[in-house]
Design a binder for this molecule. Structure first.
Ligand code: ADP
Ligand code: ASP
Ligand code: MG
Length: 440
């Protein structure tokens, strides 16, 4: 059995949805199809939620109306059969009725999660109606019946595995299962999600849970590219990556994969393929235990980084200082990405500044604290990169004119990371494209 995940743009237009139906029926192997919301929907739902949280009910109502219009148009283009179209209209009525009810009740975090879940609930139901119209045998598996988070908000792979096995056992005759990406239940049993871009993570978790032959991530580009195609014009797809390389790239900003989406597949050794819905015959990227080759493969950038420097003469020749610093971050459940130390100072980076005030206050007990916001981590990733000849030379030659704030080398054999001000990101990615890949 395999997993096929289709992102927002892959289901964002009626014609695309038809193409997805053709793709999933082009192979015999039974499959679980994981769908994102139609492109733009989750952003719209975030806006609606934000407007509600600020009590702008008129603003929220306008957004809801616009979204409903979009879906009305979508279903009339997608479906021809009058009875099936009628079913689609009923589904839209139910979901948009829910959205109009929320305008009347008070806003809460739990309600926010319910709002955000509407996109995937809608896309999967509408896709199933298209399959019904095409007389393609299928079954909708509600993700809320089997996806769950523990009380640390970590996915419970063991539980997911048991629940999915039971469900699949009951429907052995079905070859196409359709489920929602992104949404899950949390430890309290409420509707929750796996954070933005989370459908990749859902797909990988499901693939791990059913020990799939492959986890296919279908998107709008022909695989992982060597650099961020949104920033640099001349990028090229990478044919093969190891799990470690892909995990580093996902974590350090390659938007094509959710930051945590590789570990489930890696842990259960399920190969991942990144494929292009607009060009299904393109090779794409294969992610498995094999790296294929050594040396620099790709560059990625992660924004919204905050750098924190703690300076203290008490650090000089003292032990236990770093432990105390780390304990502060642990207390506020804030993970550190990069770290550099000198005799009298330690600098770390974090990607979540929810608790920055509390963290700063506690760190001030150890010395002077300097905060730099709006930084970017640029990661250069490749198997055995730190053992590859000339990489450091070419790297530093390329970034000669960039004010680099921190460098992390040797923490992993597959990654070299630089911290730069966000305003230098475009220039840095461009000069690295030329210096490391010879692409102008
Ligand atoms: P989906 O909606 O299918 O999940 P995403 O928009 O989340 O698609 O991810 C695909 C996009 O990721 C691409 O269109 C591309 O702009 C962006 N991207 C960023 N970095 C990379 C990279 N290194 N390789 C490929 N795509 C990347
Ligand atoms: N629809 C969700 C989002 O836009 C999840 C996803 O697309 O992967 O973030
Ligand atoms: Mg995505």
């Amino acid at each position: 059995m395999k997993v096929m995940k289709f992102g927002g743009t892959s289901v964002g237009k009626p014609q695309r949805m038809r193409e997805v139906a053709a793709l999933i029926t082009s192979t015999e192997e039974p499959k679980i199809v994981v769908l994102s919301a139609l492109s733009g929907t989750t952003n719209a739902l975030v806006e609606i939620s934000t407007l509600l949280s600020t009590n702008d009910r008129h603003g929220a109502q306008d957004k809801i109306n616009a979204l409903e219009q979009h879906y009305q148009q979508f279903v009339t283009e997608l479906l021809q059969d009058a009875t099936v179209l009628e079913k689609a209209k009923k589904i839209l009525a139910e979901h948009f009725e829910f959205l109009s009810i929320i305008l009347k009740i008070s806003f809460s975090e739990a309600l926010n999660k319910d709002i955000l879940a509407q996109g995937e609930l809608l896309s999967t139901k509408l896709f199933c109606l298209h399959l019904e119209e095409q007389q393609i045998n299928h079954r909708l598996l509600p993700a809320l019946d089997f996806m769950s988070l523990d009380n640390q908000d970590e996915p419970q792979v063991g539980t997911i595995k048991v629940k999915l096995a039971q469900i699949l056992q009951r429907h052995k005759e079905v070859g196409v299962f359709v489920t929602q990406g992104y949404i899950t239940r949390n430890a309290k049993g409420e509707v929750d999600n796996l954070k933005r871009g989370g459908s990749d993570y859902s797909a990988s978790l499901i693939a791990a849970a059913i020990n799939a032959s492959v986890c296919e991530i279908w998107t709008d580009i022909d695989g992982m590219h060597n650099n961020d195609p949104r920033v640099v014009k001349t990028t090229r797809p990478i044919e093969q990556l190891s799990f470690e390389e892909a995990a580093e790239l996902a974590y350090f900003g390659a938007k094509i994969l959710h930051p945590a989406s590789i570990w489930p597949a890696q842990f259960y050794n399920v190969p991942v393929k990144l494929l292009n819905t607009m060009d299904p015959s393109a090779k794409g990227t294969l992610i498995s235990e094999e790296a294929g080759s050594n040396g620099v493969k790709a560059v990625a950038a992660k924004d919204n980084i905050t750098a924190i420097k703690i300076k203290s003469s008490r650090m000089l020749l003292a032990y236990g200082f770093l432990r105390k610093v780390f304990e502060v971050f642990e207390k506020y459940r804030t993970s550190i990405d990069m770290i550099t130390t000198s005799e009298v100072a330690v600098s770390v980076t974090i990607d979540s500044d929810i608790y920055i005030q509390q963290i700063t206050k506690e760190l001030e007990a150890f010395g002077t604290v300097e905060i730099d916001t709006n930084q970017t981590i640029v990661s250069i990733v490749g198997n055995e990169i730190t053992e590859t000849k000339d990489v450091m030379f070419r790297l530093f030659e390329a970034i000669n004119a960039i004010p680099v704030r921190m460098v992390s080398y040797g923490g992993s054999r597959h990654n070299i990371s630089l911290l730069i001000p966000r305003s230098y990101k475009e220039q840095t990615l461009q000069v690295l494209n030329e210096g490391l890949f010879g692409l102008e």
